[in-house]
Design a protein around this ligand. Structure first.
Ligand code: ZN
Length: 225
């Protein structure tokens, strides 16, 4: 199956991963070279698909300043997370999480980043089990067009072992919410394409920042009206 995918499609996936990685690195969304990105190629069946994913730090993610050598740090893996062709690169350690999201959603791209705002809100709302996003205009960017939209972005417990994280991913995800957070760690966001996944991430990060800043405001009563 992987061999049947046109090279142009693979090339386009590689360049999409590199492009987004450069862009997000410039925004400071890959602190300490953390995070991972993937783009699916070819057809999809729940147990048969392939995707391009960033390589593990030690094999494929040298200093970002070493352009263009860091561009080599992307490889193709199958639904089991195994490389599709001979390579010295090792896939990002969180590849099983990407594979699980593809299996569950059939999406086209996944972005995992660590940001200050997603960390702060994940800590604040942990006991609520999710981040409440209510009434924001930017929920439209997630494809939610209701008049009084309200969603909850799930927060999973972080763990050193990816198997422990995988166990917490619910059997069925709310199809309106293309993301989940790991407590004090970061966010996984997906979309039908890189463009859509990026739009989802930008909308969510904007709403997390608004939520965080709103929580800092004093109650209105203190100042009278
Ligand atoms: Zn991470």
């Amino acid at each position: 199956m992987y061999g049947d995918i046109p090279w142009e499609e693979k090339l386009s996936a590689l360049s999409a991963v590199n492009r987004i990685r450069d862009e997000f690195a410039a925004r400071g969304w890959f602190p300490a070279t953390s995070g991972s990105l993937s783009v699916r190629v070819g057809g999809w069946a729940a147990d048969r698909f392939a995707f391009a994913i960033t390589a593990a730090d030690e094999t494929g993610w040298p200093e970002l300043s070493e352009e263009p050598s860091h561009r080599a740090g992307v490889l193709f893996v199958d639904a089991a997370g195994e490389p599709c062709e001979p390579t010295r690169l090792k896939p990002s350690p969180d590849t099983p999480i990407h594979a699980r999201i593809y299996r569950m959603t059939g999406c086209g791209a996944i972005i995992h980043v660590h940001t200050v705002y997603n960390n702060v809100v994940s800590e604040f709302f942990l006991s609520d089990g999710g981040i409440p996003l209510k009434g924001y205009e930017l929920l439209k960017n997630l494809g939610i067009w209701e008049t009084h939209p309200e969603i909850r972005v799930p927060i999973l417990q972080n763990a050193a072992e990816f198997s422990a994280i995988l166990k917490q991913i619910p059997g069925e995800l709310d199809t309106r919410v293309p993301a989940f957070l790991l407590h004090n760690h970061g966010i996984y966001v997906w979309g039908s394409s890189v463009k859509e996944a990026k739009r989802h991430l930008e909308a969510l990060e904007f709403m997390f920042e608004v939520l965080y800043r709103s929580l800092l405001l004093p109650s209105k009563g203190r100042y009278g009206e």
